[in-house]
Design a protein. Structure first.
Length: 263
């Protein structure tokens, strides 16, 4: 179904491996004929033409899907395709199979924390395509779980990537897709892998803010204690006021005469 959307030409063709090539096209069920009315022929450069047996499957929206599947192909040589219905040419196309790979999505997509704030490590298993791991490129899509606006980063010839600059303490949704890099082989982007959800580490407290908070708290405690001591002195004076004595007017009354006025 993805090929029907992304490939404008008919028949729509793709390779899932070096020996796995498929072409297909859609027709309205009402207008489509029986499968024996159609012929699919292909020709490699400087070779005789060959026929591909067709099969038909029902498709969505009242369509019929005509499919040719080949398990023997040639790379790096032009293939010319013609589709006839009752002798009338309805589709004609020339292509290079090595430029039409459509791979399965990466498998076992895993998202884990790196132990660093704002980072997540993404890893995956590449599609099984022998000797072509180094020719694969990947797109890693990530977005906050409650958002529809995401970002995409590219990884080449690698099966892991570290996402940086993420919002702390937030659940993120991660998906990965793959295609060949276009150097020797090319093709279409695969479907996205199933989403994987992972939460980033919570935000760490800023040391400067913590220090300033502790200093302010200490100052407030000191001021509170000073006010409390001052208030205590005031209450002490009110409850137990100082009683005046005649010692100031009669010097030596208590120290010398023991408080005896008669002496």
């Amino acid at each position: 179904s993805m090929m029907l959307k992304v490939e404008p030409e008919n028949p729509k063709c793709f390779a899932e491996g070096r020996k796995d090539f498929t072409c297909l096209w859609e027709e309205d069920e009402e207008r489509a004929g029986s499968v024996d009315q159609y012929s699919f022929t292909y020709t490699y450069q400087n070779e005789n033409s060959s026929k591909c047996p067709l099969r038909v499957l029902p498709a969505a929206g009242g369509k019929r899907l005509f499919i040719c599947h080949l398990n023997r192909t040639q790379m790096f040589v032009q293939m010319d395709i013609q589709v006839h219905r009752e002798g009338i040419l309805i589709h004609n196309r020339s292509l290079l199979i090595e430029l039409l790979f459509l791979l399965d999505p990466p498998a076992n997509v895993t998202v884990s924390s790196t132990g660093q704030q704002g980072q997540l490590k993404v890893s995956w298993v590449p599609p099984l395509l022998k000797y072509m791991d180094d020719s694969m490129m990947y797109e890693v899509s990530y977005t906050m779980a409650d958002s529809h606006v995401g970002q995409v980063v590219v990884a080449r010839a690698s099966s892991e990537l570290i996402l940086r600059g993420l919002q702390p303490g937030t659940k993120h949704k991660v998906q990965v897709r793959v295609k060949l890099d276009g150097i020797s082989y090319n093709g279409y982007w695969s479907a996205w892998s199933d989403p994987v959800f992972m939460e980033t580490l919570p935000a760490e407290l800023d040391l400067l803010i913590v220090s300033l908070t502790l200093i302010m708290a200490f100052i407030l405690i000191v001021l509170s204690l000073a006010m409390l001591l001052s208030h205590c002195r005031f209450l002490t004076k009110k409850i137990w006021p100082t009683i005046p004595t005649p010692d100031r007017k009669f010097q030596g009354l208590f120290n010398v005469h023991g408080g005896d006025f008669q002496v």
